[in-house]
Ligand binder design. Structure first.
Ligand SMILES: NC(=O)c1ccc[n+]([C@@H]2O[C@H](COP(=O)([O-])OP(=O)(O)OC[C@H]3O[C@@H](n4cnc5c(N)ncnc54)[C@H](O)[C@@H]3O)[C@@H](O)[C@H]2O)c1
Length: 283
């Protein structure tokens, strides 16, 4: 798929480098309304998907500008419309996150369009039909690792210098409850997600001195099109939840965690895995 980039700037207020990300939460006085992410600039991969769109929209509602990356051009356009409707600045990049050039372009886009980079949410996922490891080709294994794991490495590698130049930042690697526990037929997924949780911890050590916080965010089962596609009916998908709360999660419930990990409310959190799984992993 060819590269395409589109941008739209609305209601975006810039912040001097190194100010917002270091400060304690701002207390608002009567009549003022300021988002929890005001002035921040975020790259979100898989931005056209269920959780990626919810994250992008909530970021915009809280005052952030979003560079959305996805291979699905139509989904990106729908995400961009939702972000604009929420009053946020948005730029989109339609390309493969497994390529180094995409990571370089995404960071360049954030700097060119919005002047800084504060946040990376590595969220894209490449799924395969359920099968044990013996049913996987080497090509499929490599492709899932390229999209699900290499992309986090590539985006982080190129984002960190830009965040450093701005005084710090927050990196969120979207993992899964299946990074901590396993399900049958998903060896590639469990391996990549477990690696993302450890990658976040290791990066947190290396970049704490640059005021860059790195955490993983692990959703449990969430009602997105991708999740539902694994079942014959919506009812069957919903019945498969395995959660203590007796239901699937909603994309906005995961996005709320991403907003928290991006905001100054989580300023003392790094190297953590934030599980939002409805109690899936409790038993
Ligand atoms: N939905 C769940 O139940 C669930 C549970 C645990 C973890 N997660 C994680 O949450 C994240 C989002 O999941 P989702 O359910 O919203 O998935 P989704 O399929 O709705 O969204 C994923 C997006 O990634 C994009 N994508 C795929 N390959 C790409 C590539 N090579 N380059 C760029 N973009 C690419 C897709 O086009 C899609 O828009 C994933 O990391 C997933 O593993 C989801």
């Amino acid at each position: 798929m060819g590269k395409s980039r589109q941008s739209s700037l609305t209601h975006h207020a810039f912040t001097a480098p190194g100010t917002m990300s270091m400060m304690a939460p701002i207390l608002l006085t009567k009549g003022t309304s300021m988002g929890r992410l005001q002035g921040k600039v975020a790259i979100v991969t898989g931005a056209g998907g269920g959780i990626g769109t919810a994250i992008s929209r909530q970021f915009a509602s809280e005052g952030a500008a979003v560079v959305g990356v996805d291979v699905d051009t139509g989904a990106l356009a729908r995400m961009a419309a939702a972000v604009r409707a929420a009053g946020g600045g948005v730029s989109t990049l339609s390309d493969d996150v497994a390529d180094d050039a995409t990571a370089v372009a995404a960071v360049a886009c954030a700097l060119a369009e919005f002047g800084r980079l504060d946040v990376l949410v590595s969220n894209a996922v490449y799924d395969l039909p359920l099968a044990p490891l013996t049913g996987l080709s080497l090509a499929d294994w490599r492709r899932t690792m390229a999209v699900n794991l290499d992309s986090a490495f590539l985006l982080s590698k190129h984002a960190i210098p830009a965040m450093d130049a701005g005084g710090g930042g927050s990196i969120i690697l979207v993992a899964s409850q299946l990074g901590s526990v396993a399900r049958p037929g998903r060896p590639w997924y469990c391996a990549a997600k477990g690696a993302l949780i450890q990658l976040a911890k290791a990066m947190a050590l290396d970049h704490a001195g640059q005021h860059i916080r790195v955490n993983s965010l692990s959703p449990g089962p969430v009602e997105t099109d991708r999740y539902v596609r694994n079942f014959d009916t919506l009812e069957a998908a919903r019945a498969s939840h395995h959660t203590l709360l007796g239901r699937l999660g909603a994309p906005d419930e995961i996005a709320a965690g991403a907003v928290f990990l991006t905001s100054d409310e989580s300023a003392f959190m790094t190297s953590t895995d934030l599980l939002i799984d409805g109690g899936y992993t409790a038993v």
